[in-house]
Design a protein around this ligand. Structure first.
Ligand code: ADP
Ligand code: MG
Length: 417
């Protein structure tokens, strides 16, 4: 069912309770917390400007970090208010709590087009418990509810779910912001009836993380291309040697079942035909978490099994070329999960080649390309191709759950059109 969006609302003079994702990275500098990346704040500007132009009175709620119900000064949203004011070019009031009489009167005093940012909603333990009384307190600030924090929509918290239910029960409207609207469009509607061929690229570390997505997309895709460490569990399931690679022996059955389903549904299901491997050597050092640090030497490519002393780190050149050829023929592309441990430059070429092919298919062939998953987005941004794909999800865990076909509580709570 399609959800109401802010384009469907009349917010003039109304208090718009707007849940945003301002979970930005901060570092301490001379005793002050400084924002190191304001992408998430910038991304909300279209929604804010739209609502300001319509004469809404905006009350913004967000969380920052994991203060676990305590007032942690290092996790205050105050620095965000300053940055937001700069970016919007208008004053942004800040309330040092998110509920209570003082906050209610600040919200009440807001003029049409005015903006008030509330302090970290997770300073209250009741937020993550979705406590009805706390949600009720939040709802006292709201005539209309808007959610633009897709990345938090998979959690049923007071600010993402409870408050919306209360507003709706009073007969108020609950709508998606512009960011949320795009996420629902590209991860939802566009994949429901994709232009064909529909090619799905799946990688990342674990089969167990992605099996639900594989299972659902097998029913929609024409081709599935597998990469990342996930491929080695498939290899192991076929009785091949995987050396010291990251595998999940408990999930070989899952892997075989997926291949079986692909065969039954006539999906072209491809595994890598070559692998970039290296030999791990214990450095004798330990990392911050107390785990041994390895160095990877003797980087090479194998087309057969992975030797006992070696570990697989990426798809090889042959696989990358084959995948690129298939991607060039696609009309819809969904990519979730890098093709290898791209954080190390020696293992990045396979992932980069796939990213390049996705960008080319989008730019030259008019394919629609949709990227889900935090690390996949990072991989694309690493080589500055972010603006050459159709859509990059901001959702992380929420994107994955949505792709699995799960109903996200923060989405379910929005009003139907
Ligand atoms: P996304 O965030 O896009 O959903 P995942 O979190 O599932 O992706 O997987 C990304 C991680 O998987 C990366 O940190 C990457 O280093 C790791 N990875 C991929 N291939 C391998 C491999 N062959 N060996 C070890 N780690 C890998
Ligand atoms: Mg990840």
């Amino acid at each position: 069912m399609a959800k109401l969006t802010i384009r469907d609302l009349n917010v003039r003079g109304k208090r718009v309770f707007l849940r945003v994702d301002y979970n930005v990275p901060l570092v301490e500098k001379d005793g002050q917390m400084v924002i190191t990346d304001d992408t998430r704040i910038r991304e909300t500007l279209p929604t804010l400007r739209f609502l300001i132009e319509q004469g809404g009175r905006l009350i913004l709620t967000a969380h920052l970090g994991r203060p676990k119900g305590q007032r942690e000064s290092s996790m205050s949203l105050r620095p965000v208010a300053g940055r937001l004011a700069d970016l919007l070019g208008c004053p942004v009031n800040f309330a040092d709590d998110c509920v209570g009489e003082k906050v209610e009167s600040l919200a009440g005093e807001l003029p049409p087009g005015g903006v008030l940012l509330l302090e970290n909603v997770r300073y209250h333990q009741a937020e993550e418990k979705n406590d009805p009384a706390f949600a009720g307190q939040l709802a006292r600030l709201a005539d209309v509810y808007v959610n633009d924090a897709f990345g938090a929509a998979h959690r049923a918290h007071a600010s993402t779910e409870g408050v919306a239910r209360i507003v709706a029960a009073r007969g108020g409207q609950c709508a998606a912001g512009l960011l949320m609207e795009r996420e629902l469009k590209f991860l939802g509607d566009e994949l429901e009836n994709p232009a064909r061929p529909f090619v799905v690229i799946l990688g990342g570390a674990k089969v167990s993380d992605k099996i639900k997505v594989i299972d659902r997309l097998l029913e929609k895709a024409d081709t599935i291309l597998i990469g990342g460490a996930m491929a080695y569990t498939f290899r192991l399931a076929h009785g091949e040697k995987v050396g010291k690679s990251l595998v999940e022996p408990d999930h070989t059955g899952t892997a075989l079942a997926a291949e079986e389903k692909a065969k039954k549904l006539g999906v072209n299901f491809q595994l890598p035909t070559d692998t970039v491997i290296a030999t791990p050597v214990d450095t004798g050092k330990v990392n911050k978490k107390g785990r041994p640090v390895f160095e990877f030497v003797d980087v090479r490519t194998t087309k057969t099994g992975i030797p006992d002393d070696a570990e697989g780190f990426s798809i090889g050149e042959e696989t990358a070329a084959n995948y690129a050829r298939i991607i060039h023929g696609a009309k819809t592309i969904l990519w979730n999960g890098p093709m290898g441990m791209f954080e190390d430059a020696r293992f990045a070429p396979g992932t980069n080649a796939v990213a390049q092919a996705v960008a080319e298919a989008t730019q030259k062939n008019g394919a629609k390309s949709i990227i889900g998953g935090g690390d996949s987005v990072k991989a694309i941004n690493n080589i500055n191709l972010g603006d050459q794909v159709t859509f990059m999800s901001t959702g992380g865990g929420a994107s994955l759950e949505f792709l699995e076909g799960a109903v996200l509580p923060g989405v379910a709570a929005l009003s139907d059109k």
